[in-house]
Design a protein around this ligand. Structure first.
Ligand code: SF4
Ligand code: SF4
Length: 92
């Protein structure tokens, strides 16, 4: 089963550190949303490299990201629409 990064928005939102967004090798994949006060992952772009997990665990020390099978994503699927500025949250 393909695994993608999933963020605990309660833990992340209490920190606002944004560190993971600077290390993901895939553009526009893990970003910080000020409106929802949390980082989020566009699962259609995540390649499952786990770099963000190491950043959140070892550098930020917040432990807010886990790799999960794509069908078990808790924070909701986030798809980025090329050519549109909006994203779609909550698609399952
Ligand atoms: S590194 Fe962790 S706590 Fe910091 S923004 Fe990313 S998910 Fe949130
Ligand atoms: S697992 Fe890799 S590709 Fe996916 S969000 Fe984290 S750093 Fe980016």
């Amino acid at each position: 089963m393909y695994a993608v990064a999933d963020i605990d928005v309660d833990v992340c939102g209490s920190t606002k550190c944004r560190l993971c967004t600077q290390f993901c090798p895939e553009s526009n994949t893990i970003q910080f949303d000020n409106a929802r006060n949390s980082a989020y992952v566009s699962v259609d772009r995540c390649k499952g490299c786990e770099i963000c997990v190491g950043v959140c665990d070892d550098l930020a020390k917040h432990h807010a990201i886990k790799m999960v099978p794509i069908n078990e994503v808790q924070s909701g699927f986030e798809l980025r629409l090329v050519g549109f500025k909006q994203s779609i949250a909550g698609l399952h």
